[in-house]
Design a protein around this ligand. Structure first.
Ligand SMILES: [Ca+2]
Length: 232
């Protein structure tokens, strides 16, 4: 797999952000005052403390004295937003910029490149994760996005399974679905099932496996890339 330059060096003057427990925390190296705005309307607000995100919205922030230095985040809120995700196997060290919380931060990765802070990549491992919704919630849909770039050994996974649990220990299967073939660079995958109320949810993404003969990387394990685990 071609190596990207992933030494993530945010530009000295950039605004950095983190989404923690459903709130956006902003910073910049110089500690300069920043403004933000939700939904692109209303008066800009001076940033003091992490801003809770309670609905799907655009979030714009900029350095008050230098508005060219800005970020725009497009939040998609869902039941797992800001909730803790636990992975059975961590992503590959080269593709875990955003950390585990990137899977439930309400932000999607780039549609064209997988080296950003949202896409997490696993090599030769299934993606197995549990989400604690903190209280029982009624859920009937799991949505995930998968990156595909066969020339770079990134393949869509084979199947996705979803399980639920009331105690976080005993999980019951709810649904399973093969991932449909696609030529898209990013596949939006949906798995719907009978509505269930539960606090703990588990997702098992079965990887593609070995790259077939005749393809780039034949005989090697394929990668799987995921940017968000949406529960509704
Ligand atoms: Ca994300």
């Amino acid at each position: 797999m071609p190596k990207l330059n992933l030494h993530y060096a945010p530009h000295l003057f950039d605004i950095a952000f983190e989404v923690q427990s459903g709130a956006v925390r902003l910073s910049n190296r110089q500690g300069q005052p920043m403004n933000y705005q939700l939904g692109g309307v209303g008066n800009p607000v001076l940033y003091h403390t992490p801003v809770p995100i309670t609905r799907s919205t655009l979030f714009d922030a900029w350095v008050a004295d230098d508005p060219v230095r800005s970020i725009e985040l497009d939040f998609h809120i869902h039941a797992a937003f800001g909730k803790k995700v636990v992975l059975a196997e961590p992503p590959h060290p080269n593709y875990q910029l955003g950390g585990t919380q990137a899977l439930s931060n309400g932000l999607f990765g780039s549609d064209t490149r997988y080296g950003d802070g949202e896409w997490l990549g696993w090599w030769g491992k299934d993606v197995v994760l549990t989400i604690d919704l903190e209280k029982a919630q009624s859920i009937d849909t799991l949505q995930m996005r998968f990156f595909q770039s066969k020339g770079q050994w990134i393949y869509l996974p084979k199947t996705v399974q979803v399980f639920f649990s009331k105690n976080g220990v005993d999980f019951k299967a709810l649904g399973s679905k093969p991932v449909p073939g696609s030529e898209e660079r990013v596949l939006a995958f949906d798995l719907t099932f009978k509505k269930k109320k539960a606090r703990y949810w588990k997702v098992v993404v079965q990887r593609y496996g070995l790259i077939p003969e005749g393809a780039q990387g034949a005989g090697h394990e394929a990668w799987v890339f995921v940017d968000e685990v949406v529960l509704r």
